[in-house]
Write a protein that binds this ligand. Structure first.
Ligand code: PGA
Length: 253
């Protein structure tokens, strides 16, 4: 059986005292659970602080994006090696906000995925359709295009050790969660598409759901056979909400 993951995505939120209070409250409610992974993806300037607070605890940490370059004249970028130097296990890659606000194309996302793997990070590779795309009935076409960019650049073996996150753009930060059935359908589609290239990799691949996950809907989502946990935005900023989602993952494991 696949393992469960609950990963917080703090986005552009945080402060030194606020991060400490949040993580202390999370740590107070977490005990290690075999087969379940808990992590937070934080703004890069807080990596040192977060490492100091989380090292030796059951909570791992990661970045929210990674440069497609290793080093050089790329002002503003943060490399995978830099994230690793601060103990990051994960990096989000291809979040819809990077795609829509910062212009990351499928090709750029594929390069970032490869860079994250090369640096020894576990990429959390986000895919998902917009509301207009869902209403036009092209959800699967969009998911295929986004997934294939990585499959074609890095090959199916590169998904082994990575994580996919299905995040319908219309559900992110909107309070409008995909139904468990909608999530399951998209996850099964993604797994099936990977399986056409490598069935064993597809069977092992963790696929997380993201988009307005809360304590109240997590259990239903995580009960779906192809939903292996969640990528959590807003609710990861409130310890009690984040812990409720963690407990749902532990119960589903
Ligand atoms: P949300 O964000 O939980 O606030 O909808 C999820 C995400 O963007 O990863």
């Amino acid at each position: 059986m696949r393992q469960k993951y609950v990963v917080g995505n703090w986005k552009l939120n945080g402060s030194l005292p606020g991060n400490e209070a949040l993580l202390q409250a999370v740590l107070a409610g977490v005990s290690p659970k075999p087969g379940c992974h808990l992590a937070v993806c934080v703004p890069a300037p807080y990596l040192a602080q977060v490492r100091g607070l989380l090292e030796g605890t059951p909570v791992a940490w990661g970045g929210q994006d990674v440069s497609r370059f290793e080093k050089g004249a790329y002002t503003g970028d943060v490399s995978g090696a830099m994230l690793r130097e601060f103990g990051a296990t994960y990096s989000i890659v291809g979040h819809s906000e990077r795609r829509t606000v910062f212009g990351d194309t499928d090709a750029v996302v594929a390069e970032k995925y490869a860079a994250a793997r090369k640096a020894g990070l576990v990429p959390i590779f986000c895919v998902g359709e917009s509301l207009a795309e869902r209403e036009q009935g092209v959800t699967e076409t969009v998911l295929a295009r986004q997934l294939d960019a990585v499959l074609e650049k890095s090959g199916p073996a590169a998904l082994d050790g990575g994580i996919v996150a299905y995040e319908p753009v219309w559900a992110i930060g909107t309070g409008r969660t995909a139904t468990a059935a909608q999530a399951q359908q998209a996850h099964a589609y993604l797994r099936g598409r990977v399986a056409t290239k490598d069935a064993a990799v597809a069977a092992r691949l963790p696929i997380l759901y993201g988009g307005s996950v809360k304590g109240a809907n997590a259990a239903e989502l995580f009960a779906m056979p192809d939903v292996d946990g969640g990528l959590i935005g807003g609710a990861s900023l409130v310890a009690e909400d984040f812990l409720a989602i963690w407990r749902a993952a532990v119960a589903a494991a």
